[in-house]
Design a binder for this molecule. Structure first.
Ligand code: N2P
Length: 350
């Protein structure tokens, strides 16, 4: 009997030890959904004998709320540029020790320069993917005649009225930004006059919009629940690869550009592993596999150089320089964000 009790004690201790051992080697990553190749995560776990615990957010705003309210122990998060600035100002990010990122040199210097608009000196953030926003639609339900103009105006077209088949992103900057661009303003113009013009446009579009959502639309346009959705290009391309009824266009008026970035939280309990993960994703072959999976444009020059021509030539992933001229990077707005948020709230609650 004594022996059994002793044996049980040993087993319990071993289980506890294993649990403790495992915990110290867990990396908590907070990322957008469908934004990393799961095979790479597995490879990393095997190579570094660790566990990567992923959680997902659908908007920068939700990510920020979660970081600030829950104090959950994330190590790495993937904010867009404007939110890198916000997180830096709030003192939440770890300045990066680049000597720990042996593959940092794979990044495109031109894009690193662009990233300096939200992170001067590239001190806190490592570009992950960049991208562009457009409109995804289901060819079975949206007539070609409506698509030909390739305009944002399709969002307000009478064809959709009363049908509950159009969605826009749950993203204040993207929704207000599209209206600002369509009204002929700069995407980052948050002046009262510009927002008043955007509101007039959004009042028209909103009559057709059934929800502001950044997640379920991906499947819903595919299954016909929605017919037209404002969409991030990679998300649309991932869906298109599985369903030939789907298509996507970049509006002629221009669109928003963003850059999402890997950052390490100051509160991270596992910074060494966080550096290893970032460096692993920066490695040329890994970054290539990641870009092929997500269908987003990669800021990793070494990876880009080895991409398949079909990927590089796809203008929905890498738009032409002429089209990019018409696009504007979403920038940090400081206090002016309040006007944008208030307008988005007003439209949504309408
Ligand atoms: C991935 C969406 C990422 C792009 N699903 C938004 N910045």
């Amino acid at each position: 009997m004594k022996n059994i009790a002793r044996l049980m004690l040993i087993v319990i201790m071993l289980i506890l030890l294993a649990a403790c051992g495992k915990k110290s080697n867990v990396l908590y990553v907070f990322n957008w959904s469908d934004y990393i190749n799961p095979d790479l995560v597995k490879q990393f776990e095997e190579a570094y004998d660790c566990e990567v615990r992923e959680s997902y957010f659908e908007s920068n705003e939700n990510m920020l709320t979660k970081i600030e309210s829950s104090r959950q122990a994330y190590d790495i998060i993937v904010p867009s540029g404007d939110h890198v600035t916000i997180l830096v100002q709030k003192g939440l990010l770890e300045p990066l020790d680049k000597s720990k990122l042996t593959n940092y040199g794979n990044l495109d210097p031109q894009l690193l320069l662009k990233a300096q608009s939200f992170d001067p000196e590239n001190k806190f953030s490592v570009p992950y993917f960049w991208g562009i926003t457009g409109l995804m639609y289901n060819k079975k339900h949206v007539p070609q005649s409506l698509i030909e103009q390739k305009s944002w105006s399709i969002l307000g077209d009478d064809y959709f009225s009363g049908k509950q088949k159009v969605t826009m992103l749950e993203d204040a900057r993207e929704v207000i930004g599209a209206a600002l661009i369509f009204a002929g303003h700069d995407l980052n113009d948050a002046s009262e006059a510009a927002l008043a013009d955007a509101e007039k446009i959004l009042d028209i579009w909103d009559k057709n919009i059934t929800q502001y959502d950044s997640e379920s639309y991906k499947n819903e346009v595919a299954d016909g629940t929605s017919w037209l959705a404002q969409a991030y290009n990679g998300d649309a391309l991932q869906q298109m690869a599985q369903n030939s009824d789907l298509d996507f266009f970049l509006p002629v008026e221009g669109s928003s550009l963003w850059m999402d970035n890997m950052v390490i939280l100051k509160s991270s309990q596992n910074k060494e592993l966080a550096y290893k993960f970032i460096d692993f994703l920066l490695e040329a072959e890994n970054a290539k596999l990641n870009a092929e999976y997500t269908q987003y444009p990669t800021p990793n020059k070494a990876a880009y150089d080895h991409l398949d021509e079909t990927q590089k030539m796809n203008e929905l992933i890498y738009p032409s320089p002429e089209y990019l001229e018409k696009c504007t990077m979403i920038q940090f707005l400081g206090e002016k964000i309040r006007g944008v948020d208030a307008l988005f709230e007003k439209i949504r609650l309408n």
